[in-house]
Design a protein around this ligand. Sequence first.
Ligand code: IMP
Length: 477
Amino acid sequence: MADRVILEAGKTFSEFSLLTNFTSKDCTLQKISLGSSLGGMKLRLPFMSAAMTSVTGYEMALSLGKEGGIGVLPARLSIKEQVEIIEKIKGYEMGFVEDPIAVRETATIDEVVRLVEKHGHSKVPIADRNNVFLGLFSFDKYLEANATPGESVTTIMIEPKDLPCSKNPNISLDEAKSELTEKNYLVVLDELGRLVKIAFRKDVENIAVGAAISTHKGWKNRAKSCIDAGADMIVVDTSDAFNEFTMKVIKEFKEMNDSIPICVGNIITYDGAKYLMENGADLVKIGMSSGSICTTQREKATGRAPMTALLNAARARTDFQKDTGKYVPLVIDGGVSAAGDMIIALTVADVVMMGGYFNHFFEAEGEKLDENMQVTNHEPDIKYVATWGEGSARARNLDRYGHVARKTFFAEGEEGTVENWGRLKPKLKQDIRKIKAALSNTGCMNLEEFRNKAVIELMSTYTQQIVGNTHNMQVKE
Ligand code: IMP
């Protein structure tokens, strides 16, 4: 008979509800921070994009990195490809946006929001018919303003007097940079006040980027090359990390590098988490069979409900911390697909890794498809984005799944499509606000407080239907 038969069903995020707690008047969304410290490195957002070839390449890693998260470049890429992307991200500098897309003063707030959603730029200049600059629409300000969509955009625009502006249309990049010490952008006008260009500053902090390695031959060279190129984190990406190979990799990695953290996964049990912590993992990544494209459970019956796996890893962390004084951040990977899942996951985990969620955006690596499933790069026509798992027949990441030969390979992931959600930034900002609103409801100013103070409650299936959905009504189309 099996050593242990657990008869309590495993749980996922959406089975829990977050209880509210006292909120002080200072606990406003503007003051809440979603930053975290992970094995010595800092992130402004607790998000990682999955090391999947359909998700993370240059565009995704750059966009998420600029917002304060971190993209993890898949180990399925060649070392050269990983290195080139890291170097490009590290070399990313501010530049001028010549002829920025501007709207007229007659535009409504709703029209401008749609433009932001389409292009992903959260600042839109407003100019009159002679291109004279009138003000700047800021998506952040809009989210905080109590504005009616049909109102004129001028009601919430930032006036030129409150903006960093230069009246020198020939300003050089270096001159612009020196003016950008406090603000993230500079509006450049000509002598008649007409809009010429806008300079955006490279994010105040470093744009973080991570690189995945496997536990198979060649990992050392890959890790070393990525570190030399400027990677901020190395992620050991294997579907089952509770083994001697992974332990050896952590030990040897630690001997060759002590400047950047190593995130190791995946595990799903208390023992697995403890094993990685005891062997020196700086971060531990949790999840198996919960990924949106994953068929592992179906194929070989291994895996675990993600919230249960996370709670077990968290118990291991508590015990490990009691013994050693060391706090090991946890990364939940797989099955997080909406803000509600992120919120419940963050009551325990320090970071959320997502594949399917990020796959929906223009910045994902998957091909963009129109309504006839034809490849297109014409943004208005994009209806779907291609997705595939690392264990799918398309990616055939043999190392991740421990398949030794191509002949014996069996797929553990699907290939398909997801709906197109447009550009990453606007949707991400909306979801960040939902997370901050949840923190505010619990009276927490940051994620550490949230992990220590949050109270979550399991719902019955019946309650989920009532609390988690609308009921006894028809939703307007
Ligand atoms: P998602 O956020 O639910 O889409 O899960 C993403 C995670 O699924 C990744 O970070 C991997 O851990 C996992 N994954 C990626 N590709 C495959 C696959 O082909 N089979 C099983 N799991 C996969």
